[in-house]
Design a protein around this ligand. Sequence first.
Ligand code: BTN
Length: 240
Amino acid sequence: MPAGTSLRWFQTLPSTNAAALNALNCPEGTVFAADCQESGRGRLGRSWHSPPGRNLYFSLVLYPRLCLSQWGGFSLAAGVGLAEGIAKLGLCPELKWPNDLLIRGRKLSGILLEAKAEKLVVGIGVNVNQREFPDYLVAASLSQVADKIWRRDKLLPHFVEEVFRWCKLWEGGLHQRVLSAWQQYDVLIGNKVTACRGEERIQGRAEAVGGQGELVVIGDNGIRHYFHSGEVTLDKGLRE
Ligand code: BTN
């Protein structure tokens, strides 16, 4: 494992995020990984499809020395780290705020940040060697796009290294560096979007991702809206 990290590997866990959140005496940089999750968690209370033997499911423990208002940026930093890791494999990842990682418009990876007291857990699922997905998922795997079987034991430290490095850059105050890296992969900025937060639904143009990780949308009526959480869809669709 990369410097500053260590691995706790399990055959099966309910959720690597839950294990990381609940673990006591667990130093920064500890990675909980499992071959299979029985109740993998996704954003907005959804579940994360986690069959055995094919993909990566892991959670990195951090203790950010930043005020809470800046914790949102770790979601961007983790996305950038993962995107860089995938780009280094020779593929072309795309990032969709807040932290979906897509490839050819399909979801390759999901990131779920959860916090407990001073601990922040960055949970990541990457579709690696899975070739078929349930119909309701618009998903893709590394194996499908590169047409090969990947070594998960090699990919895990590679992704952990990038994600840890970019999270540390954010923690170290290099926010502009993270934001500009994010922009290189962003699929929303400049495009017509619909952003939803609870009952609120705003149509407009995605303008920027701000210094606290928020998405700025200029509504069709010219008013700026700041989304610190929520869901966004590209009006023209992603797969073209
Ligand atoms: C999303 O909804 O896009 C986020 C999905 C995050 C899934 C990962 S898999 C490893 C970690 N453990 C979990 O229970 N969830 C995250």
